[in-house]
Design a protein around this ligand. Structure first.
Ligand SMILES: Nc1ncnc2c1ncn2[C@@H]1O[C@H](COP(=O)(O)OP(=O)(O)OP(=O)(O)O)[C@@H](O)[C@H]1O
Length: 336
């Protein structure tokens, strides 16, 4: 693919992709672009079609319709050399036989034209100490690290990571995130699926939310759902003991008003009890988007979500997802 996107080559370009399994339409016309060096996180509930999308892009599953280009080729008819330019960490660990971690990394590395050294890969994934163990004797999290090692040993230009950190301890996850930053620093693009929203927020340049067969929202993690989704919430317990919440774009002003009133009423400390200001997290915003989709009202849910989800559906005037996401009441701050 020679398309240029903002000066960067598109490594993935998908238009109108559909996939059905018997009666079930899993992908209902999705569009997706990923640029060189970009990390894109595909989010969505269990069964949304994330793995199906990745498998189609890898060329191991046939789409029903739509255009798919990966590194300039149609995956199903791509030449052998194309496969050596992609790396895959699938969801399940395959049978790795009686071999040690080191043997497996060395063996897989030999299949690529310009592999990383075995020691470098083992170090990158934190398996150096366990390199002499048989893969089957590694712990679940260590086996997952080995999967990642086999995915990156070929120095891929595009890396598919399907829930890569499931089973990782927190330290291993952090280390894995650092490793991915190093890979993207070398220019690799990454398509990641994860159910960990903090992982998506940390790693992704953009996230896409797949739900109901469509990408219902797509944006950088800090912009998902649009500005309305991020309006802060001030909560406090009023003088009668009722917990109140108010969504406001001017939290400082509301806090000042509440403190003035509390001070005048002689509240201890001159502020209302349990005073808190918070912004909806990515997880809350994501859950709001998913909830809307479940309601069948997901069209145009995000900044660019209408791109593939809009056909035949009405555009929302405001963004109710944001309100759901924040678990809010209304501007008047009624109780929970
Ligand atoms: N080979 C298959 N034959 C029939 N149905 C399938 C097949 N593979 C997947 N499906 C169905 O397609 C839907 C999407 O599955 P997929 O594995 O792509 O979802 P996912 O978003 O990756 O889910 P998860 O988060 O649980 O991994 C599911 O309902 C699944 O049961």
């Amino acid at each position: 693919m020679n398309d240029q996107q903002n000066g960067r080559d598109a490594v993935v370009s998908v238009r109108g992709l559909t996939k059905r399994y018997r009666e079930q339409t899993v992908l209902d016309g999705i569009d997706l672009d990923i640029a060189a060096g970009e990390t894109y996180a595909l989010l969505g509930p269990n069964g949304a079609g994330k793995s199906t999308t990745i498998e189609i892009l890898e060329g191991i599953r046939r789409p029903d319709s739509g255009e798919v280009r990966v590194l300039g080729e149609q995956p199903l008819s791509a030449p052998r050399s194309w496969r050596s330019r992609i790396g895959v960490v699938a969801q399940g660990t395959g049978d790795l036989g009686p071999y040690t971690a080191r043997e497996l990394v060395a063996h897989f590395g030999a299949l690529y034209p310009r592999p990383r050294s075995t020691d470098e890969v083992l170090e990158l994934v934190g398996l150096t100490e366990h390199a002499g163990k048989r893969a089957t004797k590694l712990s679940g999290g260590q086996q997952r690290r080995l999967d990642v090692a086999l995915g990156i040993v070929g120095r891929p230009e595009l890396l598919f990571l399907d829930e890569p950190t499931t089973g990782f301890d927190p330290e291993a996850r952090r280390r894995f995130w650092d490793m991915l930053s190093a890979l993207t620093g070398e220019g690799a693009a990454i398509l990641l699926t994860t159910h960990y929203l903090d992982e998506a927020a940390h790693l992704a340049d953009r996230v896409g939310v797949l739900s109901g067969g469509r990408i219902v929202a797509e944006a950088p993690p800090g912009e998902l759902g649009g500005p309305q989704a991020r309006v802060p919430v001030v909560s406090w317990r009023d003088a009668t003991g009722v917990l109140r919440e108010q969504r406001t774009e001017r939290p400082a002003r509301l806090v000042a008003e509440l403190c003035g009133a509390a001070d005048a009423a002689g509240e201890p400390g001159g502020e209302p009890a349990e005073l808190e200001v918070r912004r909806p997290s990515l997880e809350q915003i994501y859950l709001g988007l998913i909830e809307r989709t479940a309601d069948g009202s997901a069209a145009d849910a995000g900044e660019s979500g209408g791109r593939s989800a809009g056909a035949g559906r009405s555009a929302a005037s405001a963004d109710p997802a944001a309100e759901r996401a924040a678990i809010l009441t209304d501007e008047n701050g009624t109780s929970r």
